[in-house]
Design a protein around this ligand. Structure first.
Ligand code: GDP
Length: 530
């Protein structure tokens, strides 16, 4: 096989995906279960990063440790049935930030993990919106089916109503809560019975039953499940690969990550249905072939908070070609060379040196202070991928320097953090240069800003939270009207000079809109031009 043929073969066996969910739906449990089913390159226990940490010294680590969260995790790589999976982390809980949305630029598929009792929750919905915008195919996993929850058909209705995707169940549950006995597989026709294994931390025991055995052994639960499965077929809720890839349908699986029920099937479904890496369009819309020379997209830049090691790790998704450690790449934004001597595969506290990578893989590059999220790196023929859009902020705070003697350092620091995409910086003539408004999707972004301004620029700051929760794009004409409204303000985003109207809440926004029907107010992500 030639080098190009090998790259295509490697790309075909890659599955690069993220789990999108609301906190507590079971993402960590699922991640660990997935890794246990496969031969994870990193030990599954490192996924949580909550226990057994090695001795760490930096303040940043202190922050992580105090909260018991993992800030450094980026991607977990594991192999399963001859395929290489890259599970890109979408940080949630207290470390929810703009990065959580940005990492979706690196994946080809998303697994939407729902709690059976709670259905579509707010954070799931926000992450789903990003998938919709990027047209990322979504596989739904209804988790915690071993606990009392909603009816299966009712959940399907909710998924369809909230996402607009047609649910096409791959598996249908037999019984629920304590009586969750197994599933009917609508793709391969198998009837699978689950048995709990002691400790739960290994594979679930699965036995295949004939319909006769199912009728005999599973009783009324089986009768009901098979009737419902027939109903699903009658209403045409069958999988259709084209519609799934076109972001019109979502295959649905039922299971319990904690007992490993349905986890192996999810991996099989990812192998069978999730798209492999495909040629990515550049800024002009031309596709960069997978076997073209190396190209990659920076989707996240992590600042190391340790004073002694003030480096940055840039996480790069390989889009084309083969990555080999040591190769010298070109940074599309500046045209400057970038040496990759220190390429790493990073997960949790573990860093291992990475020697080569293929389309779909994630590479961590250290000493990456020149790189920003959305940047392109390439070898050979030049290419630049479209930037990652800015997302709608929901938290706002005015930043001021504590010691006015440090005003210059403060300004420099704010500009730097804005350029790095750590936070969005908004300004207005009314507030002036020394009181920029910081806008974020997660509170941790503010903490990072304060920490870095103090540590790297010597500027201690005071942040005053503003009561706004909603931002929309507007135009100069509407801005005139909006400036006179109570509970609203118009600001300019430094990153792209976009005019943003911010509101205390959607009710205030709606009431202003009712009084002034002609106002331009567009959702931020949809207006991002991608
Ligand atoms: P995350 O916040 O989404 O990462 O959620 P975790 O994985 O930490 O899970 C939250 C809680 O739900 C934990 O107590 C888990 O043990 C529990 N949990 C996760 N999956 C299941 C499941 O399938 N069944 C049951 N009964 N509990 C689960």
């Amino acid at each position: 096989m030639g080098a190009e043929g090998e790259i295509l073969a490697e790309a075909r066996r890659r599955r690069t995906f993220a789990v999108i969910s609301h906190p507590d739906a079971g993402k960590s449990t699922m991640t660990e279960a997935l890794a246990l089913h496969a031969s994870a390159i990193t030990q599954a226990g490192a996924v949580h990063g909550k226990a057994g940490r090695r001795g760490v010294t930096s303040d940043w680590m202190e922050m992580e440790r105090a909260r018991g969260i993992s800030i450094t995790s980026a991607a977990l790589r594991f192999e399963y049935r001859g395929h290489v999976f890259n599970l890109v982390d979408t940080p949630g809980h207290a470390d929810f930030s703009e990065d959580t949305y940005r990492v979706l630029a690196a994946v080809d598929c998303a697994v939407m993990l729902l709690d059976a009792a709670k259905g579509m929750e707010p954070q799931t919905m926000k992450l789903f919106e990003v998938c919709r915008h990027r047209r990322i195919p979504v596989i739904t996993f209804v988790n915690k089916w071993d606990r009392p929850g909603r009816e299966g058909l009712e959940l399907l209705d909710e998924i369809e109503e909230r996402t607009g995707l047609r649910p096409t169940p791959v598996t249908w549950p037999i019984g629920s809560a304590d009586a969750f006995q197994g599933v009917v597989d609508r793709l391969d026709g198998r009837i699978v019975r689950y048995a709990r294994t002691p400790g739960g931390a290994t594979r679930a025991l699965e036995t295949e039953l004939t319909p006769e055995q199912a009728a005999r052994e599973l009783g009324a639960d089986w009768t009901r499940a098979s009737e419902e499965a027939d109903l699903l077929t009658a209403i045409g809720a069958d999988h259709d690969q084209k519609r799934f890839e076109a972001h019109e349908t979502t295959p649905v699986l039922f299971g319990a990550a904690l007992s490993n029920f349905g986890v192996a099937r999810l991996l099989d479904v990812l192998v069978a249905l999730a798209p492999a890496p495909a040629p990515r369009p550049d800024v002009q819309g031309a596709l960069r072939p997978l076997d073209a020379p190396f190209s990659g997209l920076v989707f996240k830049v992590q600042a190391n908070m340790d004073r002694a090691h003030r480096d940055r790790i840039a996480f790069v998704r390989v889009c084309s070609g083969r990555f080999e450690r040591g190769m010298v790449l070109t940074h599309a934004a500046t045209g400057r060379p970038f040496a990759t001597k220190y390429a790493q595969s990073v997960f949790g506290q573990e860093r291992t040196t990475l020697d080569e990578a293929h389309p779909g893989d994630v590479v961590g590059l250290v000493n990456a202070s020149a790189l920003r999220p959305g940047d392109t790196l390439y070898e050979g023929t030049a290419v630049e991928f479209p930037p990652i859009p800015s997302f709608a902020p929901e938290l706002f705070a005015v930043a001021r320097v504590r010691d006015t003697g440090k005003a210059k350092q403060f300004r420099r620091g704010i500009d730097q953090l804005d350029a790095e995409g750590v936070v969005q910086v908004l300004r207005s003539d009314l507030r002036g240069d020394q009181a920029p408004v910081l806008a974020a999707v997660g509170a941790m972004q503010f903490e990072v800003v304060q920490h870095r301004l103090a540590a790297e620029f010597g500027a201690e700051t005071v942040l005053d939270r503003l009561e706004y929760t909603l931002a929309l794009r507007t135009d100069p004409q509407s801005a005139e009207t909006l400036r006179r409204q109570r509970g609203a303000e118009v600001l300019v985003r430094s990153r792209d000079e976009a005019l943003l109207a911010v509101f205390t809440d959607q009710w205030r926004m709606r009431s202003i809109q009712r009084e002034h029907p002609g106002l331009t107010l567009d959702p931020i992500i949809a207006g991002a031009g991608q």
